[in-house]
Each structure stands twice: as structure tokens, then as C-alpha cells.
Design a binder for this molecule. Structure first.
Ligand code: ADE
Length: 423
């Protein structure tokens, strides 16, 4: 059950975890800067903040930042398979109650969500909207939404869920779509997912990408990133899409585009990043080549129909390698599933590198401060991160990289503000 101080796999992992968290910190210069400012100005003093995020070394640094800003922080996992047990232990040792055990079942996962809500937070943070969803669906929490001044959302899937709640008129608190900030999705979704997805696949399988046919389902920012990196490593990339504009974009970016029912016959490796359900399903498995590898890098484990695959299989061989299960199909072919169909970048690797999470989490921290400052004034809808926060994060990141950019002259400013000048 754990205690008020947390529920983690093994506190003895704390020393190793601290090294991992400190290593990540070195690659998060913008968040460090925000942490210094927070430590000085105490913008969250005495505020209770509950977070449901992937429990990684990078998230640990975000939690340290909130604590430095005066908040009372509690953390649980936003995915049962993404927790780094050593980072979780390090957080508990540092006095940040953390409820997360890698591989926890559904029951424990939800118990942990409840444990972070028990402190009655005024700000919540989600990666996938599970806390907000629980606050709205369980009558135990009916009164809690009134006290919450804002809920921050880290990922595309969560923002989609929250916009759906807003549209259906059921959203009972203000939400900030951190995912939709330019300083988040343009970097984290594209370069973070791009690199960490390939990283997870290679750690799990050790396959050669050069010359392989890689099918990427979904050409949003995450799909774009993975397609770009797979091509960079010499793969032949096929994109599948349901959105005609994105399909066109993929075609003009130089990728082959076709429906999944055709792509299944060609692919050696399949990666789903659509945010939707049953993207690869029964009729597809039966058409795949012997030895095809399947994985998902979308938020929920619904994109590959694992239930149908299990029902179809004549035999399932678990843990052929770490994070690899083999399925023998009735036609005698074998396909391999990575990370049980959960986020492969976090299940089989370490998630996005710290230097990209630096921007996402600096945006989170500054947006949380903004939401706290505006507590009680924000409407019950999905808000965007204010532009000046994005500019501050980008400016600090550029400075940390030793890159300078140009400034408008007064003549240029005047020109851009005018309309009289024409041909
Ligand atoms: N999402 C993707 N990568 C992550 C990481 N390293 N930490 C927290 N959340 C993540």
C-alpha cells in the first residue's frame, strides 16, 4: 500500500536513481534556470500540487522545480510500464511522495492516482488526462474540482480528451494545453518521440534499420519525427494516414503513402502513433510477413489490437528478449510485439532525452505558475499557454545552446505594423 510518503518498488534504488536524476538535470539548463527563479520568488508557496506523469529522471527534475517554488508535490505514474523505479525511489528520499511501480496492474495504478488526489490539490498535472477524468467520473471527487485552479495537460491524447469534455459541456475546471505550446510539440513530439521511439525499438530488438521497410501509422508531429529518423537510418518508410492533408504532406516529404491494408504486406516493422484505436487489427495481422515487428508509440495501448492478436495466435512466447513477445499465427507465420503494445519509447527505453524534456517541462513549470497566479479567474475550458512563456523558454534554450538570433530594427517593426505599402 505504501504510506503518505509514497509507494515505490525499492527505496534502496534511491542512490542509483539520484545519479540518474542529476545526470538529466545537467541536460536541462532551462528548467534549472526556472528552478533558480522559483527558489527565489516562491510562486507556489504552500500550494498542493498533484502530478500524474511518466515517472522518469526528467519528471523528477520538474518535481524538484515545483518543490523549490514552495509547492507541496505528490507524483504518480501516467502509464503502468513507464516508471523508472530508481528515479521514483530517489524522489521519495528527497521528500517528494511518489506512488509508482513499474509493471503495476490496473488496480494499483488507480490506487496510486487516488493517493495523489487525497492531498486535495489546487493544481493538477496530467499526461493523458487520467487525473482529470477521475475527478469528473468518481463522485468521491465531486467537490474537489471547485478548489482546483487549473489542471495542466502534457500530451496530445490528453488534450483531445479534454477538448471533447469541453465540447460536451462537462469540463468542471480550467485546463492548460501545455502540449499545444510551440515550445512543446514542435520539439518534444517531433525530435523527442522521433529519437526515443527508434531508441526503444533498437534496445528491444537490435535490428538493422538500413534497408528495412518501416510502416508508420499517423503523420502528426510524432509520426513525422519517427519517419524522419527512420529514413535517416536508411529505412524505406511507408506512411499510413486518415487525414488527406497530412497524407499529402507525407507524400511531398518524399514518403510512400498507402492504406494499412496494402502496407501490411510490405512492412518489416510497424509503428503506430495515431492516438486512435485498433489501427492494426485482426485482418492486418494475417497479411503480415513472417517475422514482422509491431510496436506502438501513441499514448494508450489501444492502437494495436493486442486482444485480437492474442485470440488469433496458436501460441504466444513471452519475453523472447526483454520487451519482445512472439505470436504464432494460424498461417504458420510469426509476428513480434514490443512492450505489450504500450509506449515503446518508455517501455523499452528511457523516454525522450532530457534536453528536449527541458523545454516541455520549463513550459509546464512557467504555465503552472501562470495558472496559479490567475487562480479562480480562468474559465472552465481548455486554455493555451501564453505566448510570452513560449518566447521566454525558446530564448533561454537558445542562450543555453550558445545560439543568437536577429532582432527587428525599428524600421522593420514599423514595416510589419503597416498596411499602406504595396506593390
Ligand atoms: N514523455 C516522453 N519522454 C518522457 C520523459 N523522459 N520523461 C517524462 N515524460 C516523457
Amino acid at each position: 500500500m505504501g504510506s503518505q510518503r509514497g509507494d515505490v518498488k525499492d527505496l534502496k534504488l534511491a542512490a542509483v536513481g539520484k545519479k540518474r536524476v542529476d545526470w538529466a538535470e545537467q541536460h536541462m539548463p532551462v528548467l534549472r534556470k526556472v528552478q533558480e527563479i522559483f527558489a527565489r520568488t516562491q510562486p507556489l508557496k504552500g500550494m498542493k500540487l498533484s502530478a500524474c506523469l511518466h515517472v522518469t529522471a526528467e519528471t523528477a527534475n520538474l518535481m524538484r522545480t515545483f518543490k523549490a517554488g514552495g509547492a507541496e508535490v505528490m507524483l504518480c505514474a501516467s502509464n503502468p510500464l513507464s516508471t523508472q523505479d530508481d528515479s521514483a525511489a530517489a524522489l521519495v528520499k528527497e521528500g517528494i511522495p511518489t506512488f509508482a511501480i513499474r509493471g503495476e496492474d490496473q488496480k494499483i495504478y488507480y490506487r496510486h492516482l487516488r493517493q495523489v488526489l487525497d492531498q486535495k490539490p489546487v493544481v493538477t498535472l496530467d499526461d493523458g488526462a487520467d487525473l482529470v477524468s477521475l475527478l469528473h467520473t468518481d463522485p468521491t471527487y465531486a467537490k474537489q474540482t471547485e478548489r482546483i485552479c487549473a489542471s495542466m495537460e502534457e500530451t496530445t491524447t490528453g488534450v483531445i480528451r479534454l477538448r471533447s469534455m469541453e465540447k460536451n459541456g462537462v469540463l468542471k475546471l480550467p485546463v492548460v494545453a501545455v502540449n499545444d505550446a510551440d515550445t512543446k510539440y514542435l520539439f518534444d513530439n517531433r525530435y523527442g518521440t522521433g529519437q526515443s521511439t527508434i531508441d526503444g525499438i533498437l534496445r528491444a530488438t537490435s535490428i538493422l534499420l538500413a534497408g528495412a521497410t518501416v510502416v508508420i501509422a499517423g503523420y502528426g508531429w510524432c509520426g513525422k519525427g519517427v519517419a524522419m529518423r527512420a529514413r535517416g537510418m536508411g529505412a524505406q518508410v511507408i506512411v499510413t494516414e486518415i487525414n488527406p492533408i497530412r497524407a499529402l504532406e507525407a507524400a511531398m516529404d518524399g514518403f510512400r503513402v498507402m492504406p494499412m491494408r496494402e502496407a501490411v504486406r510490405e512492412g518489416d516493422l510497424f509503428i503506430t502513433l495515431t492516438g486512435d484505436t485498433s489501427v492494426i487489427r485482426k485482418e492486418h495481422f494475417l497479411q503480415m510477413k513472417d517475422g514482422a515487428i509491431l510496436c506502438n508509440s501513441g499514448h494508450f495501448d489501444v492502437e494495436i489490437d493486442v486482444k485480437a492478436l492474442t485470440a488469433l495466435a496458436k501460441a504466444v512466447e513471452k519475453d523472447i528478449r526483454s520487451n519482445v513477445d512472439g505470436y504464432l499465427l494460424p498461417n504458420g507465420r510469426r509476428v513480434y510485439l514490443l512492450g505489450e503494445g504500450r509506449l515503446v519509447n518508455l517501455a523499452a527505453a528511457e523516454g525522450h532525452p532530457a534536453s528536449v524534456m527541458d523545454m516541455s517541462f520549463a513550459t509546464q513549470a512557467l504555465a503552472a505558475r501562470w495558472a496559479a497566479e490567475n487562480g479562480g479567474k480562468l474559465a472552465h475550458c481548455v486554455h493555451l499557454v501564453p505566448k510570452d512563456i513560449e518566447e521566454q523558454v525558446a530564448t533561454l534554450k537558445l542562450a543555453s545552446m550558445g545560439i543568437k538570433c536577429d532582432r527587428l530594427t525599428s524600421e522593420q517593426k514599423q514595416y510589419l505594423a503597416s498596411w499602406e505599402f504595396g506593390t
